[in-house]
Design a protein around this ligand. Structure first.
Ligand SMILES: Nc1ncnc2c1ncn2[C@@H]1O[C@H](COP(=O)(O)OP(=O)(O)OP(=O)(O)O)[C@@H](O)[C@H]1O
Ligand SMILES: [Mg+2]
Length: 317
């Protein structure tokens, strides 16, 4: 039995279906749930952590139903919410000790251990007020680890951190996975998900549209990513075979099936606007491209030709 199993998991908020029939199995891996703002990531995590009751469907975590056996589930999991707050008027150690007491853990060994695991031992007795954003996030992780959970849920663990801070968090998450923990994480950072997650699920408007390893998803999409930089802002060139991923000002990014065939069309379209090309790059697709192809943007219905790529992924997969 997988650590996390969902069957038709659904949440409706009067009229709005935030999570729509999620079927998923996650087991001893780092699973990344990726989706645009408002696609249902936090709602999913809240149901799996017993904090929100599903409207339909069910979920089991560590073999226990999240509704029927919510207390059992809570004993085995930990959750670091999207906007968790540590108490900045306390020291790091006091914050962790508070959690330990909540879980009935006595003595200071475990508190010291998790502070050490999160590289906070030498700052443990400083007020959290003096911590950087990255240190506060690591402190939240330390708190979450204090009762030795089997499953860790993290909602946007690296948001707002600098590159080094984000890397540190992922290194810790990967260490935990190596020790056998199941980690369910949401993120907006595709490059991080690509490097760190064993598998990712892409959610759009509450529906899971793809689940696979990052590598397999990139390969399934196929084609090439073409980026062009111009000497002045231009209107995106729209033509057959040119699928706009991102177009703002003097930089246009496309996903194309065959760069050799469509790049001349693109260059001609830029030339007719009286602009010059300052840079052109053709690369293999990234997880960003896959994400945009599948999820688009929640607000504008997707810059990509959604239907076309759904068909494409189905065909290649
Ligand atoms: N308590 C609530 N009442 C009504 N609607 C809600 C509630 N919570 C969330 N929603 C709606 O459900 C949808 C999914 O929200 P959710 O917070 O799960 O998205 P998300 O993927 O976590 O977004 P983000 O990336 O911005 O964190 C959104 O349309 C949101 O407005
Ligand atoms: Mg969220």
């Amino acid at each position: 039995m997988a650590t996390i199993e969902t069957t038709g998991l659904t949440k409706q908020y009067d009229g709005l279906t935030a999570v729509d029939g999620l079927d998923l199995e996650v087991d001893r891996e780092i699973f990344g749930l990726l989706g645009p703002n408002g696609s249902g990531k936090t709602t999913t995590v809240l149901m799996l952590t017993t904090l929100l009751r599903p409207t339909h469907g069910s979920a089991r975590v560590c073999g226990h139903d999240v509704v029927e056996r919510s207390a059992r589930v809570r004993e085995r999991i930990s959750f670091v919410p999207q906007d968790m707050a540590v108490d900045i008027k306390l020291t790091g150690r006091e914050n962790v000790r508070f959690y330990a007491e909540l879980y009935g853990i006595r003595g200071s060994d475990r508190v010291d251990e998790v502070l050490g695991v999160m590289d906070l031992a030498d700052r443990a007795d400083d007020l959290v007020r003096t911590y950087s954003g990255g240190m506060r996030r690591r402190l939240e992780l330390a708190q979450a680890l204090v009762h030795e959970p089997e499953v860790l849920f993290l909602d946007e663990p690296t948001i707002g951190l600098d590159v080094a801070g984000r890397q540190a968090i992922w290194t810790h998450i990967q260490d935990l996975r190596r020790r056998g923990m199941t980690i369910f994480v949401t993120t907006h950072y595709m490059d991080e998900a690509d490097r760190a997650c064993d598998r990712v699920g892409i959610i759009a408007r509450g529906r899971l549209v793809a689940v696979d390893t990052p590598r397999a998803l990139r390969h399934r999409l196929g084609g090439e990513r073409v980026s062009v930089v111009t000497d002045r802002p231009v209107e995106p060139v729209l033509a057959e075979g040119l699928h706009l991923v991102d177009g703002e000002g003097d930089r246009l990014v496309y996903h194309v099936d065959d760069a050799a065939e469509v790049v001349p069309v693109l260059l001609a379209g830029i030339a007719t606007q009286g602009a010059r090309v300052r840079g052109l790059e053709v690369q293999a697709p990234t997880l960003d491209d896959v994400f945009l192809a599948l999820a688009g943007r929640q607000d504008d219905g997707g810059a990509f030709d959604f239907q076309r790529f759904r068909t494409m992924l189905r065909r290649r997969g």
